[in-house]
Design a protein around this ligand. Structure first.
Ligand code: ADP
Ligand code: GLC
Length: 530
């Protein structure tokens, strides 16, 4: 019989603010924090990226004896360190310097130039996690994330057996350490929850690679990782977990159809029909992304977080103008005014620059637009051709467009959210999207693709049924569709009427925190140990 503790372990490749490449980092940093605040015993497991992890957010308390795993014929030693992140989040770091002491998380340019051995690297995370469970006690639930966490379910099963834990007796309160005397944990392995953050990244490798990552041969099957002759980490993660979630309700529907299912729609449809696929909307960390106290920006909002109303618009205007002035002086962009003497609206972009984000089409929309009435600040990294196109736009329109590509820049991202009037995110698909939520919190009006989490969070001004619009949803995210949306917003901005003011205040008033979704996760953790 296994020794369980009453914990929930989050396992993933990133955790903000320690190490982040995109939204996964935000979620791994903020959801555990909220669950912990609600009194639950949560612990986070991530790789120890020695070179890039922010050491000032980590407090290491204990180092355990090294473990070892064979990848093919090659033995690899690894270590585990335990301690706390950001003061009070229990943390396990898997240390293996050959794999994790690198310049980037997944590879350069936001992971677009991926490390060739990423499968090995994240298999190491999985083996390290199982080893840590032997040292620290087996959690009741493992919540693993994305393709990089997709190997965890197999390693857990081969380490502890297929028989899932269940609570014999009343389970209420167990994650808060309040298991009633009459209840006990029975079974061999933790229950496994798996979250898909983006079906576009499945961790697909040659089937031969299967034999190099320390997995039992039985997982080379279409009931696990094998997918049409390839190794598919995400598929195995889905097949071997007890419950699967994705990060918004609309995306949970979309991925059951071929257009967004990336070859796994059949699997996902079955899962949904069985009631084992749930769409739970992400939140953002409202303390961290808080315009009233954000230390990266020059001018803090002089309004308490709460419900905003139209009478607060004056302060939002001041907030935007002061942060725009500060940003422009940093990036050497002149403040330009348009025909009626009004400062041109600033469009902000903070994004990975891959096809799915639609930024390539956004750039084309501006190239095609004779004398576009905007200034633009672009921060992003990703595909070389999109980075180059963005840089080219700023070379041609030196006084209107600023572009910074190639690297991650937390401070600049905050400054752009604070200064931008319009935030553009014309994604072709978007599992959830956090950038639009952050941008709304900072009073930006949103122009976004009508898909996934964008559909669930942006209230469309074109929809007459919507009471408090916060932006515009773009049905066709081609250059013309994007230009149409930007033009609609420009007309409202320039007329300076109540419609624009309403948009800004509504947007800031949306507050996408974690409270509701954290409760849904909590009940889901109970469901899978019953
Ligand atoms: P995704 O996870 O698909 O990239 P999300 O909208 O969920 O998209 O999350 C993106 C997160 O990464 C946001 O917090 C955004 O501010 C941040 N981000 C993206 N690119 C950069 C960058 N170059 N520098 C700083 N932050 C970035
Ligand atoms: C992924 C998705 C993004 C989502 C994030 C966090 O990177 O692309 O839409 O917000 O994960 O779940």
């Amino acid at each position: 019989m296994s020794e369980f503790n009453n914990e929930i372990w989050f396992v993933g490749a990133e955790m903000s603010p320690l190490v982040k490449a995109g939204g996964l980092g935000d979620v791994m940093g903020s959801l555990p924090k909220v669950l912990l605040k609600a009194g639950m015993n949560v612990r986070v497991v991530i790789p120890y990226y020695k070179n890039i992890i922010s050491k000032n957010f980590i407090d290491i308390k204990r180092v355990y004896p090294a473990g070892q795993v064979n990848f093919g014929e090659i033995p690899f030693e690894f270590g585990i360190k335990t301690g706390f992140a950001m003061g009070d989040i229990p943390l396990v770091l898997i240390e293996q310097n050959h794999f994790f002491n690198r310049e980037d998380v997944y590879g350069s340019h936001g992971g677009v130039c991926a490390y060739k051995d990423n499968l090995w690297r994240y298999a190491m995370l999985a083996h390290g996690t199982a080893y840590a469970m032997r040292a620290l006690g087996i959690p009741l639930v493992v919540h693993t994330h994305d393709w990089s966490g997709g190997i965890v379910p197999a390693v857990i099963r081969q380490a502890f057996g297929d028989k899932k834990v269940y609570i014999n007796g009343p389970a209420e309160g167990i994650f808060n350490g309040k298991l009633s005397r009459s209840a006990s944990a029975k079974g061999l392995r933790p229950a496994i929850a798996f979250t898909i953050h983006n079906l576009g990244y499945q961790g697909v490798y040659g089937i031969d690679d299967f034999y190099d990552i320390g997995l039992d041969f039985r997982y080379n099957s279409s009931a696990a990782y094998e997918h049409f002759g390839t190794f598919n980490s995400l598929k195995g993660g889905i097949k071997l977990s007890d419950i699967v979630t994705t990060v918004s309700p609309t995306y949970a529907d979309e991925i059951t159809a071929p257009e967004f299912g990336f070859g796994l729609d059949g699997e996902l449809k079955n899962l949904r029909d069985d009631g084992r696929l749930k769409g739970i909307l992400n939140g953002i960390d409202l303390d961290y992304w808080n315009p009233a106290v954000d230390r990266f920006i020059s001018y803090n909002l002089n309004l308490k977080a709460g419900r905003y109303s139209l009478k607060d618009y004056g302060e939002w205007e001041k907030f935007k103008f002061n942060n725009k002035k500060a940003l422009f002086s940093q990036i050497s962009l002149p403040l330009k005014t348009g025909k009626n003497g009004k400062v041109l609206p600033l469009i902000g972009v903070v994004s990975r620059l891959t096809e799915e984000k639609g930024i390539n089409e956004f750039l084309d929309a501006l190239f095609n637009w004779n004398d576009f009435p905007f200034q633009v600040a672009i921060l992003g990294s990703g595909k070389d051709y999109i980075e180059r196109k963005a840089n080219y736009l700023s070379e041609i329109f030196k006084d209107k467009v600023f572009t910074q590509t190639g690297k991650y820049d937390e401070a600049l991202s905050h400054k752009i959210y604070a200064a931008a009037d319009i935030f553009v995110m014309p994604s072709k698909f978007e599992p959830c999207g956090l950038s639009q939520m952050i941008a709304m919190r900072y009073g930006c009006v949103i122009a976004a693709g009508d898909t996934g989490g964008l559909h669930d969070t942006v209230s469309d001004i074109m929809d007459s049924g919507v009471k408090n619009p916060s932006g515009i949803l773009i049905k066709h995210t081609n250059p013309d569709g994007i230009a149409w949306a930007l033009n609609e917003l420009y007309n409202r901005y320039i007329s300076d009427g109540a419609e624009w003011r309403n948009l800004v205040v509504n947007s800031a008033d949306k507050h996408f925190g974690w409270d509701d979704s954290a409760k849904v996760y909590e009940s889901l953790y109970y469901d899978i140990i019953k």
